[in-house]
Design a protein around this ligand. Structure first.
Ligand SMILES: [Zn+2]
Length: 328
């Protein structure tokens, strides 16, 4: 099945060389070489090139209109199985040199291929290829959309895909309140005091995370400081150093809601192991506005419950029935 998907993808690549999707770097375009152009996606989220019409854009995208295990879905009981965070071995080294951050036109993506980031799930080793963002969230958390969703795309040597979805919510100011207050009290702090404060904030974040509360992500705050530099599709920038361990620790404290679904972008290939984290992360409103202004709206509509008919095929059937009535 995977090889047939790959064949389809290769056909797609020959027809639309600029094709980009959730797994674009994963399947077709290995990490962009130094100086190589960033691929700009040919699909979109609005009008003729939007998700209702993805299947019509390319024969390779037929699963978008016919697949019965399509993502994203409404994450309600019965749709997923719980996998404990401690059962997933996630290793993401801190990126001391920064990473390449690209604007694909449909999302902004951090390139991680070759960074040494891995996940071991059910005895299978996956490599983290890239992570990117959707606004608003694509999965619904029991019917509710969240401000954003991060997708961390992993792949085995056999090209089996797994994606960790992380809801990104707005910082309510609770977890990070201590740091600015401390700054005001100590305009010229000594380093040992700062170290203690950093530990205290870190401990507070871990406590909040353990209570299933969201934690403010230093990694995302740092990453999104660069997002305005890639406001134009096709551009890229090297980020500041990224501390990845914080994200890993946060995810480990929660669970994953796991199900077998699809890519949420063309060609909507199925057989993707989805793991939606119960742990959320937070960003400041200012960071949210910066990234929102660049990615605009980039969320596929919620798909039907797993195993149910594809919503696009149902709509096509309804249109076919409605047409003679309208003509009569
Ligand atoms: Zn995605």
């Amino acid at each position: 099945m995977l090889s047939s998907i790959l064949e389809l993808l290769l056909v797609a690549a020959s027809v639309t060389p600029a094709l980009g999707f959730c797994g674009s770097h994963t399947h077709l375009q290995r990490r962009a070489e130094e100086g190589e152009a960033v691929p700009i996606s040919t699909f979109g989220y609005i009008g003729d090139i939007g998700p209702h019409n993805w299947a019509a854009l390319d024969a390779a995208n037929s699963a978008c209109a016919t697949g019965t295990r399509q993502s994203p879905i409404n994450m309600v009981e019965g749709q997923f199985q719980i996998v404990a965070g401690t059962d997933v071995t996630l290793t993401i080294p801190d990126q001391t040199e920064g990473i390449e951050f690209e604007n694909l036109g449909t999302t902004v993506e951090g390139v991680m291929e070759g960074s040494g980031a891995t996940m071991v799930l059910n005895g299978e080793e996956y490599e983290l290829m890239q992570f990117h963002f959707h606004h608003p969230s694509e999965h619904l958390d029991n019917g509710t959309s969240i401000a954003m969703e991060m997708h961390m795309v992993f792949q085995t040597a056999e090209e089996q895909l797994a994606v960790i979805g992380v809801y990104v919510d707005l910082d309510t100011g609770v977890a990070s309140a201590a740091a600015p207050a401390a700054k005001r009290r100590h305009p010229q702090p000594d380093h040992s005091l700062w170290k203690k404060q950093a530990e205290a904030v870190s401990q507070m974040q871990i406590t909040a995370a353990a209570d299933n509360g969201a934690v403010t992500s230093t990694m995302l705050e740092t990453l999104f400081q660069s997002v305005e530099e890639i406001a134009t599709p096709g551009t890229k920038v090297t980020t500041q150093p990224l501390i990845m361990s914080e994200l890993v620790e946060t995810l480990k404290l929660g669970n994953f809601e796991a199900y077998s679904g699809s890519l949420t972008t063309p060609p909507c290939s199925e057989g993707v192991n989805w793991m939606v984290a119960t742990q959320r992360v937070q960003i400041s409103t200012a960071s949210f506005e910066r990234v929102r202004n660049v990615v605009k709206f980039n969320s596929r509509f919620t798909q039907n419950a797993l195993g149910s008919p594809n919503v696009v095929s149902l709509s096509a059937g309804a249109a076919a029935v409605a047409e003679p009535v309208a003509a009569a």
